[in-house]
Design a protein around this ligand. Structure first.
Ligand code: F6R
Length: 246
């Protein structure tokens, strides 16, 4: 696991964006696994800037997003599809048919999970998976549990995740209670993983996930076993790692 220290959120975003742009330049038809949330917004802005400057071409890029709320249509402004459209897709020359995200509108959870896994297999797997990390160490919506998940699954969101995500909704009551998420097995099969973490509120979980024991109680800790993980974290997020980084 390689840990890259960034000064702040903006530096983290630029450094991580450079890794994604290198991926697109090296393999123009790569499969990018993408994340939502506040962590990647600056990174997506930087990719848009590079695209607008004529430095990047997304026309052959395929994507597979990590997760989607169950029950929200793509047109709902809190759906992750809507988020990706607003923060990245509508600003770059990516093709609609190359975008993949779990379908929150499919009420048949088993069918939707099987469909999404088959889609990722058909794409040939993920070349580069971008991840943020929740305060409890969740990746995608894979919450702390007794075992690591394998394929796409339908999860009940934990109260702490509902609390963290309510800032995007009118109230906590409006946050959907379930989501479809790519499984940890699929994430671990990505050829390369880039984790971005910013802020002092993540400092505790950063030290646990990347320097503590590997346990499904801290889902991101499994990333320690992946052969090609780069963590791009700002100083605030690394502030509890101290000597561990030396
Ligand atoms: C989003 C996702 C989540 C977030 C995590 C961190 O697609 O899969 O795991 O990455 O909740 O969220 P932020 O970046 O808002 O702190």
């Amino acid at each position: 696991m390689k840990i890259i220290r960034a000064k702040d959120y903006s530096d983290m975003s630029c450094k991580a964006a450079s890794i994604l742009s290198a991926q697109v330049i090296l393999k123009p038809d790569c499969v990018l696994g993408l994340a939502t949330g506040s962590s990647p917004i600056g990174l997506y802005k930087e990719l848009i800037r590079q695209y607008e400057a004529g430095l990047l071409d997304f026309s052959a890029v395929r994507t597979a997003n990590l997760d989607e709320y169950r029950g929200l249509p793509q047109t709902n402004d809190q759906s992750y599809y809507y988020f990706m459209r607003e923060h990245l897709f509508r600003h770059i020359n990516i093709c609609e048919e190359n975008l993949n995200i779990p379908n929150g509108e499919n009420p048949d959870a088993a069918a939707e999970c099987a469909r999404y896994d088959a889609k990722i297999r058909e794409l040939g797997g993920v070349d580069l998976q971008l991840l943020g990390m929740g305060h409890n160490g969740h990746i995608g919506f894979n919450e702390p549990a007794d075992a690591f998940t394998l394929g796409t699954n339908c999860v009940d969101l934990q109260p702490s995740t509902i609390e963290a995500n309510k800032r995007f909704f009118a109230s906590a009551d409006d946050v959907p209670r379930q989501a479809y998420t790519m499984g940890i097995g699929t994430i671990m099969r990505a050829k390369r993983i880039v984790v971005i973490v910013s802020g002092e509120d993540k400092a505790e979980i950063v030290s646990k996930a990347f320097f503590g024991p590997i346990t499904p109680r801290v889902p991101a800790s499994v990333l320690q076993l992946h052969p090609n993980v780069t963590v791009v974290a700002d100083e605030a997020a690394l502030s509890k790692c101290g000597d561990l980084l030396k």
